[in-house]
Every structure is written in structure tokens, then in C-alpha cells.
Write a protein that binds this ligand. Structure first.
Ligand code: BT5
Length: 238
């Protein structure tokens, strides 16, 4: 398992999209700064150079391709456990891909797939974890380990811990262990909250009731339970 380090790059996810064929399962690329960091749906992932953990992990094991829907939550669970291990409290996961601390976003996850024709070649799990950044201009809902724990972390030491934890959790999933779902359910940021979202083109309001075994969000709408997968729901806010 290789790790490739950059001082600056456009986006670590983009790097793996371009270079996946030369790399192996569970290889990681990271950077101290991204000048074109990506969120979902063309959103931007911001970072202050050298202060955060920005990395992407490659999955080439075809047995894991059907687990596409599991991997965002699995990675979120892994980051959550790591943060708890560092002593942070108030850590939760906001379905489908955010790790929160005391209601603010500390980590975002971008899962992408690479296909040739109709055949999937690789999955890419991109993770941005705010570590030592102490100010987020124009991002009032962002936080970092430093802001929450009041202590800084050496990026190189932290990244080894994070990489070990994420890789171990992926290996557990390969063995069929789905216990990440229990951890997520116990720390479901959205539980019981009212959410407004778009579903099949309609604006809908509902209350979050849980997460099912297929990683879908269970939402109660007019006494009916909807099971929503990521692609089916666009949150209006939050
Ligand atoms: C995400 O998207 O949260 C996925 C972020 C994934 C970033 C990693 S970094 C390594 C790898 N390489 C990449 O290019 N990307 C991945 P989304 O759910 O769409 O959230 C994006 C929104 O989060 C933005 O529109 C901002 O509101 C907010 N945001 C941007 N930067 C942030 C930060 N550093 N901390 C907290 N929130 C941020």
C-alpha cells in the first residue's frame, strides 16, 4: 500500500481519476493544499495550506464495488471513531457524508467511481478533515480539531493514524462486517430532525427516523416511511 504526498495539487480525487491504472488497491494520495478541492455537485472544498488532512484512497478490489453505497458512511464512521479516540466529544455523522462536531462540519467525504464504458474500474474515497485551521472565512458552519479540542496536531502523525483506521475499517467491510452502521446509527446527527428536501421533483418536509441496512435515510412523511438513497434527495438547507 503506497502513499503519495504532494505539497500542492488540484484535487487528490482528480489525481486518482487520472492515475488509478498505475496504482493499487488501498493506495492513498494526499496533499498539503488543493487549489481545486471538490465537494459534491461541483461545490468547492476549501483549505488553508498545510493545516488540514486532504487525501483520497483508491479501491480497485471489484468485490467492494457493490458496496459503493456503504463507503461514504463507513469512512465517516472511521473518522468519527478517530476523533473520539483523540478525546473529542459531540461527534456525529450527518448522512450521507459529513462528520460533525458540536453541530459543525469538521470533515467532508466525496465518493466517486471511475468507469470505462459501462465497466467500473475503481472507486475513490476523498476525505477532507480540518485539523489545525483556526479560521474559516465565509464558512460559519465549519470547525476543526484545533477549534474543538483547543490543541493542534502534527499532520504527519495524525495522517498515519487516520489512514490506518480507514484502511482497517475497509478491510472489515471486505470481510462482511457492517458494524459501522451501528456506530453511525448511535451518532446520527439528523435523527428526529425535520428536513426539507426534493424527492422525485417535489418539495417535501419530513422527520428523520433512522438509517436502514442499505445505508438509506429513513424519513417519515405524512405517516409514511420513505427510504432515501443519496441520489434521490437534495436537501434544501443544512
Ligand atoms: C463534501 O462535499 O463535503 C466533500 C468534501 C470532500 C473533500 C475531499 S479533500 C480530498 C479530496 N479531494 C477533493 O477534491 N475532494 C476530496 P459537500 O457535501 O458538497 O460539501 C461542500 C460544502 O462544504 C461547501 O459548499 C461548503 O459549504 C462546505 N465547506 C467547504 N470547505 C469546507 C471545509 N474545509 N470545512 C467545512 N466545510 C467546508
Amino acid at each position: 500500500m503506497k502513499e503519495i504526498h504532494f505539497t500542492e495539487i488540484d484535487s487528490t480525487n482528480l489525481y486518482l481519476k487520472k492515475h488509478y491504472s498505475e496504482l493499487d488497491d488501498l493506495d492513498i494520495v494526499d496533499a498539503l493544499h488543493q487549489n481545486a478541492g471538490k465537494g459534491r455537485m461541483s461545490r468547492v472544498w476549501e483549505d488553508s495550506s498545510g493545516e488540514n488532512l486532504l487525501f483520497s484512497l483508491l479501491i480497485k478490489d471489484k468485490n467492494l464495488f457493490p458496496e459503493f453505497g456503504s463507503l461514504s458512511l463507513l469512512a465517516a464512521s472511521s473518522i468519527m471513531s478517530t476523533l473520539k479516540g483523540l478525546g473529542l466529544s459531540g461527534v456525529s455523522v450527518k448522512w450521507p457524508n459529513d462528520v460533525m462536531v458540536n453541530g459543525k462540519k469538521i470533515c467532508g467525504i466525496l465518493l466517486e467511481s471511475v468507469s470505462l464504458g459501462s465497466e467500473m474500474q475503481a472507486l475513490i474515497i476523498g476525505i477532507g478533515l480540518n485539523v489545525n485551521q483556526n479560521e474559516f472565512e465565509d464558512l460559519p458552519n465549519a470547525t476543526s480539531i484545533y477549534l474543538e479540542a483547543k490543541t493542534g496536531y502534527e499532520i504527519n502523525a495524525l495522517r498515519e493514524l487516520v489512514y490506518t483506521n480507514v484502511r482497517n475499517d475497509i478491510l472489515m467491510l471486505k470481510m462482511g462486517d457492517k458494524s459501522y452502521l451501528d456506530r453511525i446509527r448511535q451518532a446520527n446527527f439528523l435523527i428526529s430532525k425535520q428536513i426539507d428536501f426534493t424527492h422525485n421533483g417535489d418539495s417535501v418536509t419530513g422527520f428523520v427516523r433512522g438509517i436502514d441496512d442499505d445505508n438509506r435515510l429513513i424519513v417519515e412523511v405524512k405517516n409514511e416511511l420513505l427510504h432515501l438513497s443519496t441520489g434521490e434527495v437534495t436537501f434544501h438547507k443544512g
